[in-house]
Design a protein around this ligand. Structure first.
Ligand code: PLP
Length: 405
């Protein structure tokens, strides 16, 4: 007799980020709009991109499609760990040329976005691994850990610590870190990140470092990759993505890097890297070859210039939004180094109450901070990945908020 997965079942019913956004938030906005058809809604809840693909990616897609059109150049299944040229380009054009980090192509694994890489990596480790996660955090880290019945240790991030947690007080096995952070936009400096690397080496723990927003860093003297830190190749896996720099949220290409030097308690050098290859062969035979080809094209000199323009567009959006909201005495964080604004609720309001207040006074829709974790209470996340017009509209609408508080 088949029985359902009880853990999965317990997460059902508006307990996960996607369900809460697409059911509760969406339903409330639709209901509000039905009662107030005259009111303009400015949707800033989604972390989805709004700008078109860079031309380098489009040309890459077309070239790859033409290859598939002819028997002589047709390719089907490729290396399960990803297109070798793309893996090499990530090592050379991304890690080496940008950050002077040396990695080999066989240390890079291509995935259908950073999401699947980030959460599936848990399978490399024993089921009883204890996992430390920033609170608030990108929700999938927590949800995937709950789904795997893991013990979670909170790393609280609040205004007092500048949204940068300290390494855990107790012994943990895995640590998810995300800088620049989604949702707070916080970035860790060298000393703060080094403290985590030192902790991991001392406790034979592994850091899963989510660097998908590294291109958004403006602050000087902030590491972009964890491998810029002394000893990080011994203890850290990094995940990256083309989603927010090249508008690949629909095309789906990301990666993770597992250095050969990374070892834990019961492994020799290269073993974890090899185990991830084995896991790819069992569960994942690669993302679409045309998408990988397009991703590689964005790493060319022209492609990188185009991606920089995309990032600059979203960064300008975020800065305009933050400055625009601050002009109405709203307290904001995060926009300097990320495409998000982490907005503090008016005095005494919970995240959901503030969500409601903002919706009713301004028509702006954000994500209540508690969806990212209990320490997100009293905040709301606004995404600046939308069109410039929407950002300007949001700023204009914010004046109603200032009038009514
Ligand atoms: N990690 C963080 C912190 C994110 O914010 C996102 C997407 O918003 C992802 C990972 C997933 O990115 P991808 O589209 O590459 O799966």
């Amino acid at each position: 007799m088949a029985t359902k997965n009880k853990t999965l079942s317990q997460l059902n019913g508006e307990k996960t980020y996607t369900d809460i956004i697409f059911k509760r938030v969406w339903r409330r906005v639709a209901d509000y709009q039905a009662h107030h058809p005259e009111k303009k809604i400015v949707m800033m809840a989604f972390g989805d991109t709004s700008q078109p693909l860079p031309s380098s990616a489009v040309e890459g897609l077309i070239t790859a499609a033409h290859h598939l059109e002819h028997a002589e150049s047709y390719t089907g299944y490729e290396d399960v760990c990803g297109n070798p040229q793309l893996r090499q380009a990530i090592c050379t054009q991304y890690y080496h040329e940008k950050y002077d980090i040396d990695l080999d192509a066989d240390e890079v694994f291509i995935s259908d976005g950073a999401q699947s890489a980030g959460v599936n990596l848990q399978e490399l480790f024993s089921p009883d691994s204890v996992i430390a996660i920033q609170n608030p955090a990108y929700p999938s880290f927590t949800e995937a850990s709950l789904l795997a019945n893991r013990i979670i240790v909170d790393l609280p991030c609040d205004e007092r610590n500048g949204f940068i947690p300290h390494p855990p007080m107790q012994k943990v096995d895995l640590i998810y870190l995300c800088f620049p952070n989604n949702p707070t936009g916080a970035v860790a400096n060298w000393a703060q990140l080094q403290a985590f690397v030192d902790y991991a080496r001392q406790h034979q723990a592994v850091i899963i470092f989510d660097a998908v927003y590294s291109a958004f860093i403006s602050s000087a003297s902030v590491p972009h990759s964890i491998y810029q830190l002394e000893g990080a190749k011994d203890c850290a896996i990094e995940i990256g993505s083309f989603s927010k720099t090249a508008n690949f949220t629909g095309l789906r290409v990301g990666w993770c890097t597992i250095p050969q030097r990374l070892t834990i308690n019961d492994t020799v050098q290269g073993e974890l890297n090899q185990l991830w290859r084995t896991r790819h062969g069992i569960k994942f035979w690669g993302t679409a070859n045309v998408a990988q080809h397009a991703a590689r094209a964005t790493l060319s000199i022209t492609g990188q210039k185009e991606c920089q323009q995309i990032v600059d567009y979203y960064k300008t959006n975020a800065m305009l939004l933050q400055q625009g909201l601050e002009a109405y005495r709203l307290r904001c964080f995060g926009a300097r180094n990320s495409p998000y604004v982490w907005l503090k609720a008016s005095a005494g309001l919970s995240s959901w109450e503030f969500f409601e207040q903002l919706l009713q006074t301004t028509g702006i829709v954000g994500v209540p901070g508690t969806i990212f974790g209990s320490h997100g209470e009293g905040y709301l996340r606004l995404s600046a990945l939308g069109q410039r017009e929407a950002i300007l509209e949001a700023i204009a609408h914010a004046k109603h908020f200032s009038i009514e508080i």
